[in-house]
Design a protein around this ligand. Structure first.
Ligand code: PGA
Ligand code: ZN
Length: 422
């Protein structure tokens, strides 16, 4: 018998946490939430490397004697101590009420006191525990929270990496693929697997290397320029027997804040102005089958983004990651200015599900597209797949089709597809 949904209260019995390791071998936070009438769940949080300046603060111990200062023991202690003391035994009628209590308890503007990693781990573990209590799959629980009709997102998959994810061999961060010609997750992964193998052969031939993988599992050969990365992607698509553009398209995460300084953009060994960057991106979009540009300019250049959006063809999504930081105020500004038309949604940029949901709703009301995204430091937890499906993301961006922290999400999508449950 399913419990009724409406108005049910959830009393927290206990919250606890421990430090675990992410896909880069760096510490992160895993939280457990136990509800008084039965639901119990855990959730772990990811961590970025090319982070936006406006992101909520991930609390790190700073003790150089452990993990070079990246330990999360303080964040864990905050859950086991202060957060558990404040929340255990209390009833919450909704995710929003729980998240508001966490915000009030933290009291800082960017979650610096308790840590966005601690707060998000609790927010997610509570969500899962409530789903379990209500005997609802996580995606449908999330869909009800968001008042969305669940659907499977289209995967946006990492092929080549440079920038902060790929040891800096090439300036721009990620060249990714989407498969407009596939209408299932299963077929998308088959096509991408063919192209990934073709790309691995190509880099073996051309750069005499086979397996240098970046943080998200993409290939990271020492391309001589960012454009060489784009043309190798097109070549790999063709070698695998697919039509670039119609069957398989490119999306870029330029991550321009990473190579910007007050002197300009240091792209492929040359310093460029904002105008030169826009010219370059415009030319790339004319010469390559690109359908999305993420962070084409640095995160503080609102005026530049407005120009970029005007200059790029309408088919190209102007996708804000560092620019927006899943932050409702920044998204509203981008809507008002017409500085972007798509949201990269990373829950840990804000630190609670409720705030991420506010970001989603704003984007939806403006008719934007939404790309639900993992971080470069991930765990084997698969909640992101349920979030992308439950919140009806247009795309999901998880990284390459290698490495289990990535595949956990794709495999969950495959399972949802096989159940036909959406
Ligand atoms: P990050 O990068 O997780 O390292 O911040 C991902 C992205 O820029 O989209
Ligand atoms: Zn990005």
């Amino acid at each position: 018998m399913k419990r009724s949904w409406g108005g049910a209260m959830s009393k927290i019995e206990s919250l606890s946490a421990l430090e675990i390791l992410d896909s880069r071998g760096r510490p992160t936070v895993l939280a457990y939430c136990r509800l008084a009438d039965g639901g119990a769940a855990s959730a772990s949080v990811p961590s970025g490397a090319s982070t936006g300046a406006a992101e909520a603060l991930e609390l790190r111990d700073g003790d150089k004697a452990r993990y070079g200062g990246l330990g999360c023991l303080q964040a864990v202690a905050n859950i086991n101590g202060e957060i558990n003391r404040a929340l255990a035994g209390r009833q919450f009628e909704s995710q929003a009420a729980l998240d508001q209590r966490l915000l009030d308890l933290d009291g800082s503007p960017n979650k610096a006191r308790l840590g966005a990693n601690a707060i998000l781990a609790v927010s997610l573990a509570f969500c899962r525990a409530q789903a379990a209590q209500r005997q609802s799959p996580l995606y449908s629980h999330l869909a009800r929270l968001a008042k969305e009709t669940p659907r499977l997102p289209r995967p946006m998959i990492n092929l080549f990496s440079g920038g902060a994810h790929g040891g800096g061999q090439v300036t721009i961060q990620d060249t990714q693929l989407v498969v407009p010609a596939a209408d299932t997750i299963q077929r998308t992964l088959e096509v991408l697997s063919d192209i990934f193998r073709a790309a691995a052969d190509l880099t073996a031939e051309r750069y005499d290397m086979r397996l240098l993988r970046a943080d998200e599992g993409g290939l990271a050969p020492p391309f001589e320029s960012s454009e060489a990365m784009l043309s190798a992607a097109v070549e790999a698509i063709e070698r695998a027997g697919y039509q670039p553009g119609t069957e398989v398209a490119l999306t870029l995460d330029v991550a321009a804040s990473q190579f910007y300084s007050s002197a300009g953009y240091q792209l492929d060994g040359a310093l460029r102005t904002r105008e030169a960057m826009i010219d370059t991106l415009e030319r790339w979009c004319a010469d390559y089958p690109i359908i999305s540009i993420e962070d084409g300019l640095q995160e503080a250049d609102w005026e530049g983004w407005v120009q970029l959006r005007r200059r790029l063809p309408g088919r190209v999504m102007i996708l804000g990651d560092d620019l927006l930081c899943t932050n409702a105020d920044r998204i509203q500004r981008a809507i008002d200015l017409k500085a972007a038309d798509s949201l990269l949604l990373k829950v840990n940029q804000m630190g609670t599900l409720t705030e991420a949901l506010a970001a989603l709703k704003l984007a939806r009301r403006a008719d934007w597209r939404v790309v639900v995204s993992a971080r470069s430091g991930e765990t084997e937890d698969d909640w992101l797949a349920d979030l992308a499906a439950g919140w009806a993301g247009d795309y999901i961006k998880v990284g390459s089709i290698t490495q289990s922290e990535r595949l956990a999400k794709y495999n969950r999508l495959l399972a949802l597809e096989a159940q036909g449950g959406l």
